[in-house]
Design a protein around this ligand. Sequence first.
Ligand SMILES: Nc1nc2c(c(=O)[nH]1)N[C@H]1C(S)=C(S)[C@@H](COP(=O)(O)OP(=O)(O)OC[C@H]3O[C@@H](n4cnc5c(=O)[nH]c(N)nc54)[C@H](O)[C@@H]3O)O[C@H]1N2
Ligand SMILES: Nc1nc2c(c(=O)[nH]1)N[C@H]1C(S)=C(S)[C@@H](COP(=O)(O)OP(=O)(O)OC[C@H]3O[C@@H](n4cnc5c(=O)[nH]c(N)nc54)[C@H](O)[C@@H]3O)O[C@H]1N2
Ligand code: SF4
Ligand SMILES: [Mo]
Length: 738
Amino acid sequence: MATLPISTDKIIEKYGPHKAYTPASGFHGSHEPDRLVKTHCCFCGMQCGIQLKVKDNTIAGFEPWMEFPFNEGRLCPKGVQRYLQNNHPDRLLHPLQRVEGKGFENIGWDKAMDRTISEIRRIQEQYGQDAFGMLSGVSLTNEKSYMIGKFARVALKTANLDYNGRLCMVSAGAGNKKAFGLDRISNSWSDLAGAEVIIIAGTNVSETFPTLTHYIWQARDRGAKLVVIDPRVTPIARTADLHLPVKPGTDSALYGAMLKILVDNDWLDHDFIQHHTSGFDKTIEAVKDYDLAWAEKTTGIPADKILQAATWWGKASTSFLLHARGIEHHTKGVDNVLGCINLVLATGRIGKPYCGYGTITGQGNGQGGREHGHKCDQLPGNRDITNPEHRKYIAGVWGIEESEMPGKGLSAYEMIEAIHRGEVKGLITICFNPLVSLPNNNFVREAFEKLEYYVAIDFFLNETARHADLILPGSLHEEEEGTVTTAEGRVVKINQAITPPGEARKDSDILIELAQRLGAGDKFNYSCSEDIFNELRVASKGGTADYYGITYEKIEKNMGVFWPCPDLDHPGTPRLWEDRKFKTPDGKAHFNPVPYRDPSEVVDTEFPVVLTTGRVVSQYLSGSQTRRIGKLVDQYPEPLLEIHPKLAAKYNIKNRELVKVSTRRGEAFFPAQLVETIREDTVFIPYHWGGKQSANQLTIGTLDPVSKIPEFKVCACRLEPTGQQGTEKMKETAYQSY
Ligand SMILES: Nc1nc2c(c(=O)[nH]1)N[C@H]1C(S)=C(S)[C@@H](COP(=O)(O)OP(=O)(O)OC[C@H]3O[C@@H](n4cnc5c(=O)[nH]c(N)nc54)[C@H](O)[C@@H]3O)O[C@H]1N2
Ligand SMILES: Nc1nc2c(c(=O)[nH]1)N[C@H]1C(S)=C(S)[C@@H](COP(=O)(O)OP(=O)(O)OC[C@H]3O[C@@H](n4cnc5c(=O)[nH]c(N)nc54)[C@H](O)[C@@H]3O)O[C@H]1N2
Ligand code: SF4
Ligand SMILES: [Mo]
């Protein structure tokens, strides 16, 4: 077996900094392909249709897939560059073991598997079953997500499984379950195009879901009023009829005040409220003092703008309200979501043509991946792991006793805290880069250093995997067949285009072999992805996320099927709630009172500026994939601190000057980008970089009490100019301190 001739301190030299790969000209699509494979983009929740050009078992380019109904060939900058990953020089090709003093060496699959199993056994025997945890991600297909839920409970036999959606859609999921008993956007995007008023709260859609803007523009072409709620004048806000520049962390005050205006003016659907909802009276009681003056003071939005937004919303006959992480990444993420839902329910505009509401799901399979048992408290079909009936049903599908099924485990950040306390000693991660993506990453790094054994499954050596004892090379999106569920609830087919290179394996083959070696092989008897999907269909049957009636054949024939789809003759459900039969125990949609409270950290004299974080169009999540794609790096090479010229003047900060940003968690340096498109009391940093360039050195690890999402979108910081030009200094520190 070949040993890589490197030492630990040479790891970065060998494996990083990331190679930003731009292929020689001529590679881009100019080859005559052997074949075209219809599939979907590997990145965001839009899951745009795309055709991959395959040549000699590599992806040599792409063609638009004009017939796919959502995007009709349109793609964003990430979608058109994604094919550059499979041929990338950084691709992990062999199982690698850390050898102290030497770095990583190729140990071959057999030894890698043996080692993993013996460490799992050792740790579980010594410290208990739950001392070995697992963290996963929802760039993975439904099949893999489902199998991971089963793998953790049936093979690894641990309660401690959670996933990166915990950083993403869980506030929306929890709010939607409370209000509707089901967690999905209410309508397909085609209803958005016909709405009279559209509210977009806390989402930079033009950069984060570029192909969705087509539907918003269609609505505007038909005369729709567009209201955008964001502390920044994002590209979509620049085209809006009304922009509400909310102070980060205060959205629930805005939605409370808007609800009061609806009530005061009787812009209410009394029939809907009376027959199809509960909780209205106590909800309006909670906002009775939320007048415009209070709302202006709390949110920083001029009162006339709040009144205008509420008036348009109140008087409309059709409407759509969309939100994303801007309102959800908070210790009151669930409250913010419920505040939005209250506005929708008060006007009864849901479950009708052009009347809809929902969160815009972030990750590629953020929707499907949050339905089938990937979460620490969940079983397939969006069942509850603490509900005896649900446990019994799933135990039956899995062929185990109900008593063998572990209970509710720790959520993602709580698991890191448990690792830090020494309670969880071993970890497997797949499709997750927590060291970049979790808040307060100095604390997260300390936790990873305490693990006795850590295994990472990925196709690139991401920043977290650098800390692994063992790395198992997994597969790219285009290397395994499966399904994903788009942000609108449409289950679509991912088609395999090529096979994994070198010794890399399909993710599911890795998990199946691990299960076999853990003695659970008889429960993982799948010969192909479709076998896993067919089991998922049965496991989801009767749950709220019911996929029973969906088959591979039906998906291919219809270019996707919307769940719920409870039987084989069912056409799927693009629009929910037309029957007004909500999935709550009383069958009604629930209003929920939302009393206002502050974010977990507010500004003071020591840390006087609000810090918020998010995304840019050309980078994706922790950047592990997009920081390796040359053209995307060229488009936005390094994280910049967006700051208003007035705030910059106050601290004597010049454009492109390196600024020291400090919070109670740490300090970091970013070049300033002076923009007039941000509130004067707030700065913004994109989070797609690791090490010294990571925004998460600064963010706070406080969690929403219900959803357990971290408060990525607001904390308090201090700014100091350094007198140095930004980019030079950044180059020096860019890759330090993994
Ligand atoms: N280019 C690109 N696209 C992506 C991704 C990516 O990494 N890059 N990731 C995908 C994923 S997983 C996700 S979750 C989505 C995220 O999609 P978005 O939610 O659209 O993205 P963010 O940049 O996290 O945050 C959106 C906006 O919230 C605003 N904001 C900050 N604080 C507040 C607040 O307190 N209230 C309000 N109302 N707004 C606030 C920010 O200014 C920002 O413009 O994008 C998906 N698409
Ligand atoms: N400060 C701040 N932090 C944030 C956010 C924010 O707005 N601000 N947003 C949060 C949000 S919404 C999210 S979703 C998280 C995302 O955070 P992460 O999930 O940690 O980010 P990814 O970059 O998706 O990391 C996934 C890893 O999975 C690998 N991967 C991708 N696809 C596959 C696959 O099919 N198989 C295998 N084996 N591996 C795969 C990639 O190579 C990458 O290394 O970040 C969160 N962190
Ligand atoms: S909008 Fe999302 S799914 Fe579509 S091409 Fe861009 S990243 Fe891919
Ligand atoms: Mo996300």
